[in-house]
Structure formats: C-alpha cells, structure tokens
Design a binder for this molecule. Structure first.
Ligand SMILES: NC(=O)c1ccc[n+]([C@@H]2O[C@H](COP(=O)([O-])OP(=O)(O)OC[C@H]3O[C@@H](n4cnc5c(N)ncnc54)[C@H](OP(=O)(O)O)[C@@H]3O)[C@@H](O)[C@H]2O)c1
Length: 130
C-alpha cells in the first residue's frame, strides 16, 4: 500500500479522496490550511482509518518545506489537489484574483513537486553511493 500526501483536503475532492484512499488501505497524509476548522481528522479516527492531518498552505514556501521535512523520504504519491476553481470571464476577474489562482494552482503544485523530486534525488544518490 502507498503513502499518499494530498493537498487541500478541508473539503470537496481532497476530503473525499482522503477517505476513499484510506478505506482502500493506503496511508494518507491529508493536508489543509486550517485543520482546526475541519472534521476530517475526527471522522478518520472514528472510522479507524490510516489518516494523518497536517497543516499546509501551498502558497507558503516555509509551510511546504516543513510538511515535507516531516514526511522524510517516505512519500510514494503526491496529489496536488489544493487550488482555486475560478471560471469568471477575464473582464470580470481582477488581476489580484488571477495572481491568487496562479499562486495556489500553479506555484503551489510546483512547490510540492520540487520537494518530492529533491527527496527522490537524495534517495537515488544515497543508493548509488552504497
Ligand atoms: N470541482 C470541479 O469541477 C473542478 C474542475 C476543475 C478543477 N478543479 C480543481 O480540483 C481541485 C479540487 O476541487 P474541489 O471542487 O474539491 O474544490 P474546493 O471544494 O473549492 O476545495 C479546494 C481545496 O483547496 C484548498 N486550498 C485552496 N487554496 C489553498 C492553499 N493555498 N493551500 C492549501 N489548500 C488550499 C481549499 O482549502 P480552504 O478550505 O482552506 O480554502 C480546499 O480544501 C481544485 O484545485 C480545483 O481548482 C475542480
């Protein structure tokens, strides 16, 4: 079974994917901006599911580094789910909102992918030096 980190699990697809994957036997690290405001950890404990909830804001470099340091090299799958679904017409959307969307949906995903790749590279270097 895989160890899976999912971003943006406070609601919607991330919330449901956490429970679905944990029920299938995977170990899920469910991350969200404000764990105190979400019942996912309680629901997982009540159902005896292998879910760990950790705080993570994908817009924030330090927050991303901190959560991946806690994970060590043990992540098998990253689900870049956190994001803002914004489908207004260009003329109705502010530049500030476009920036927020790019920060979460694009740079947020890139931040997390870079952390996973750093760990893959250091794992490969360690394996080749032994
Ligand atoms: N549903 C669709 O039809 C659809 C279609 C195309 C793409 N998508 C994309 O699929 C993903 C999930 O969709 P959904 O419908 O489940 O969306 P949703 O219900 O709006 O949930 C989005 C999740 O992303 C989190 N999030 C937003 N910004 C974040 C940040 N900076 N750091 C960490 N978490 C952040 C939200 O957390 P908070 O509670 O803290 O805001 C929430 O948990 C989104 O990326 C969305 O853009 C959805």
């Amino acid at each position: 079974m895989a160890k899976i980190l999912i971003t943006g699990t406070s609601k919607g697809i991330g919330y449901d994917a956490t429970l679905l994957l944990a029920r299938a036997g995977h170990e899920v690290v469910a991350t969200m901006r404000n764990p105190g405001a979400c019942d996912l950890a309680k629901v997982a404990v009540a159902a005896k599911l292998p879910v760990t909830v950790l705080p993570l804001d994908v817009d924030d470099d330090a927050s991303v580094v901190e959560v991946f340091e806690k994970m060590g090299d043990s992540i098998d799958v990253l689900v870049n789910n956190a994001g803002i679904f914004s489908i207004n017409a260009v003329e109705d959307e502010s530049l500030e909102q476009f920036r927020r969307v790019m920060e979460a949906n694009y740079f947020g995903a890139v931040r997390c992918v870079k952390q996973v790749l750093r760990r893959c590279e250091s794992g490969a270097r360690a394996a080749s030096s032994t």
